[in-house]
Design a protein around this ligand. Structure first.
Ligand code: ADP
Length: 486
């Protein structure tokens, strides 16, 4: 089967979060299963390419006020997957992917509309697939375009579209005027389609238009159909429940495995944990702390966004600082949380070490050097860091939500079973209680090592997820399932 992935980020070419990891890893796993996979992503300033001439020199994308002309660059085949880049410097040759700390770029609707139309047009030359697999609001216009402007285009008569929601919190909301600007019909501005409280909602349109929907864990697939997690789209999602599937993200173990990781101070495995102590010393030094300590190190690597639950840390920070532990945090994002971590570092320099940056090497050092990994998310569609942590023997503490709940099994000191620590209630108290339980368990080295090994034995390789996606593609090929009326 030929599958085209369209996405706004892909490792190693561009990344702000887990989406990039998925788009970098799932296509090679599908290729390993024998599928032909082509990935389309924008060519950003940060995207490093070898400078070969465009494979398509010019694609015309009509906007209401003018034509824009973009090109397609050939990134070659990587891990069995062909990569193409949509190049349009006025839109993509910028400092960041989506915006600055002050907010989103004002022309994001046009930027990603151009990308979506360019992908559809490019496939006419480079190969129309049986399946378009689109990801998040940036590519939501692909299923919408296939249902509207391209509805009668014979090129796509046999193409189906799968849409994956990686995070419902980002929907692509724009003023209604973008519809005529993007040459889209006004009848899309209705309750049944893109209209959402007076705005145009790209994600809502894709939820309606795609043949099948997936999201990145089973638990999240259920959660997003409830008012608590649905961001106002729970009703639309419930209407499509029969075509909504939760498939857990996997891990690229060629990048995230302490036995082979070249970025960490010493390699180690479940059979020989000795290297982890060196990684811990190296991590402490990296963050300006004394390398010898009996205290457990609690690692954090995250986007600093409200979703990630750092307000809970704020509530109990003073009490956490009195616990027998050291927190090491790496992240960037909302000014509010960046400032919070800076303040904690200033107030408790021996207890809260912080670096405000996006740094993959340091992320690897934290996964290997920390003893515990903290993810107190308010919601978490899949979460990748807890999966990396399991592999690195870095015991996760998570809030029991979405993919975190699906992947972490509560540790029971009596039986020695389980892989980490979970709390349900979204409160600072619940977080602190769980941190205390983990610190207590850390005191028993033998039992702790068993707990580490329980996690290290887990297998979340992408091939498992790829097989699930292949099943969805097969079902989609049969046509869109019409839900049976209750
Ligand atoms: P999300 O996609 O919501 O950001 P995930 O846990 O699914 O969360 O994925 C986050 C990915 O981004 C992981 O690969 C993680 O290591 C990486 N990451 C997040 N923040 C940073 C940072 N400051 N430096 C390096 N890597 C980071």
């Amino acid at each position: 089967m030929h599958i085209v992935f369209a996405a706004s980020e892909c490792v190693p070419y561009s990344k702000t979060g887990g989406l990039a990891d998925v788009v970098g890893s799932l296509p090679p796993a599908l290729a390993q299963l024998g599928h032909k996979v082509t990935v389309y992503v924008p060519r950003y300033r940060s995207t490093k390419l070898d400078g070969s001439p465009p494979v398509i020199p010019s694609i015309t994308v009509p906007f209401d006020d003018r034509y824009r002309f973009c090109s397609v660059l050939d990134g070659g085949v990587r891990s069995g997957v062909q990569h193409y880049f949509i190049e349009y410097p006025p839109f993509f040759d910028r400092d960041a992917l989506y915006g600055t700390p002050l907010g989103d770029y004002h022309d994001n609707a046009e930027r990603f509309a151009l990308f979506c139309r360019a992908v559809l047009e490019a496939t006419k030359t480079l190969g129309v697939p049986e399946i378009f697999h689109c990801h998040d609001w940036q590519t939501a216009l692909i299923p919408i375009l296939l249902e509207t402007l391209y509805d009668e285009d014979p090129a796509f008569a046999h193409s189906r579209c799968i849409f994956t929601i990686h995070n419902l919190g980002y929907q692509g909301l724009f003023p209604p005027e973008v519809l005529p600007l993007l040459m889209l019909p006004w009848d899309l501005f209705s309750m049944a389609k893109l209209e959402f409280y007076g705005k145009v909602n790209f994600l809502k349109g894709a939820i309606d238009a795609a043949d099948y929907l997936t999201t990145v864990s089973r638990k999240y697939a259920q959660e997003i159909q409830t008012a608590e997690y649905g961001f106002g789209l729970e009703g639309v999602l419930r209407a499509r429940a029969a075509t909504l599937v939760g498939i857990l993200n996997g891990v690229d173990y060629s990048e995230w495995d302490p036995a082979t990781d070249p970025m960490i101070a010493a390699n180690y495995s479940a059979d020989d944990l000795s290297g982890k102590a060196k990684c811990k010393q190296d991590l402490l030094k990296e963050f300006g702390l004394a390398p010898e300590t009996q205290l457990p190190v609690v690692g954090i690597v995250s986007r600093f966004a409200a979703q990630k639950g750092f307000d809970l840390i704020l509530h109990v920070a003073d009490r956490m600082a009195r616990e027998e532990l050291i927190v090491i945090a790496l992240g960037t994002g909302d000014r509010e949380y960046e400032d919070m971590f800076r303040r904690l570092n200033k107030q408790y320099p021996q207890k809260f070490a912080v670096k405000i940056e996006f740094n993959n090497r340091l992320a690897h050092k934290i996964e290997s050097g920390a003893d515990i990994f903290l993810m107190p998310s308010r919601y978490e569609p899949a979460g990748l860091n807890q999966l990396y942590s399991l592999k690195y023997g870095t015991v996760p503490i998570v809030r029991a939500t979405g993919g975190l709940d699906d992947t972490i099994e509560q540790y029971d000191p009596a039986t020695g079973k389980g892989t980490g620590f979970k709390f349900k209630e979204y409160s600072g108290e619940a977080l602190l209680d769980t941190v205390q339980a983990a610190v207590l368990a850390y005191g028993d080295t033998q039992k702790w090592q068993r707990l580490m090994r329980n996690g290290m034995k887990q297998d979340y390789s992408w091939l498992v997820a790829a097989r699930e996606y292949a099943k969805v593609y097969e079902r989609a090929k049969l046509g869109r399932l019409t839900p049976v009326a209750p």
